[in-house]
Design a protein around this ligand. Sequence first.
Ligand code: ADP
Ligand code: GLC
Length: 488
Amino acid sequence: MPLKVLFVSSEVFPLIKTGGLADVSGSLPSALKSLGVDIRILIPGYSAVLNQLNDLQYIASIHNLPVIGDAELLLGTIAGSLIKVIVIKSASLYERDGGPYSDVKGNEWQDNPIRFGILSKVAALLSGSETPIKDWQPKIVHCNDWQTGLTPAYMKLVENTKAKSIISIHNMAFQGCYSPDFVSTLGLPEAGFTIEGFEYHGQLSFLKAGIFYAAAITTVSPRYAKEIQTAAFGFGLEGLLAKRGDEIKGILNGIETDEWNPETDPYLIKNYSASKIAGKKQVKSALQQQCGLNIDADAPLLGVVSRLTHQKGLDMLLPNMQRLLDAGCQFVLLGGGEAALEIAFQAIATQNPGRASVTIGYNEPLSHQIMAGCDMFVMPSRFEPCGLNQLYGLAYGTPPIVNATGGLADSVIDTNPASIKNKTANGFVMVEASADGLLACITRALDVFRNDAKTWQKIQKNGMSQNLSWDKSALEYLALYQTLMQTI
Ligand code: ADP
Ligand code: GLC
């Protein structure tokens, strides 16, 4: 009998996405299905989800849920995928204009602890004896990030299930800490509200609950698994994480190669590959035209697609941006987030017509076009649990310029004589996480780009010929599931 796994996530591409969690939730389950796992996704019934799923049908009702009482479960499939998706239908909780976590103005929904408390509760219910879905019961419940963090606590303390839980940590910076009143509101036992449980500095912490009660913990890169056990990266939970240190497994994310492949990408004016890389030039000039940049094949074009937050370190680019543009570089940015960063980058674009283009907002096609049309991709993150954009950069022959942290350090090999010789060089890694460090790294990349075209092509081809798919990492998740099954 195939192993039944419930994969619980608050965002799944292409249904709803704010970042890399959606990419992973949209692609890892398919890779696991190919390995023979009987996997279903559980997601809140946001309007975007209800509108996009195929063959959506009612499968069960749930009663006596905290706060909302009743909800319905629907089952559907994502277009073009065979993965079944279980949807929690609750109009009052999830059917609203705006994003999964905030309204159209960017203000967090005030009832997020209830919205994601219910997601966590339903996941736990489905694995227990009270499940409303009798003909499909998971043996493994795979949780992702704080939004699903209460699931392992409910499984252990309330539902008393035999199924095993895993929490995958995609970002320690977001923990879901709320007023202690939510302990009783969400039907959690008061006994769990201690330091040896889900209490964190007097608050209810969703992520701590996950880390404390899950049978297994993973992070999205091996380096991040180590980093979060230190004060600099643990966001206050480093002590608990270090205690469970031996059990934390870092598994590097893969990419959806159907979605992110320059040979087939439908958003590109011209498809290209490692052996036909000339096509990338056409994509570059199309991007320059589309973004109002001077059409110039030789100008090094630096690209960014990112949330504009402290994590991503793009403020380190600002002090030297003008200098780089004056030295003949071009710059294109797509992103959104902190107002100060949006304003600062927009000012650069206004002051440098034809040389810098800044698009604030979310734009799927443009993100592909930037990834393909740029010469290099800049990602100086202060911390990066995995990062997918640098992987897309590798696949698209757009060498990433990155800080030496988390998944960036695990996937980008700095260009130097040794790595050129052994054919591993695929990008440029900062020595120091500062504006000067970033400038020095970009300067090194520019030097190769301008003066050594042969080496540049080698770097591009090294990245493009890597297997960045889920093949290897999905096997690691499967092995983890199998290990957990032995303890049931
Ligand atoms: P994070 O999840 O921390 O934001 P990742 O690198 O893991 O970082 O994933 C970010 C994902 O979100 C990538 O798929 C990237 O292309 C996408 N993305 C980020 N900002 C935008 C944007 N403004 N428009 C389109 N896609 C974006
Ligand atoms: C988070 C992290 C990012 C990671 C993504 C998917 O958003 O910030 O580094 O790639 O999750 O795991």
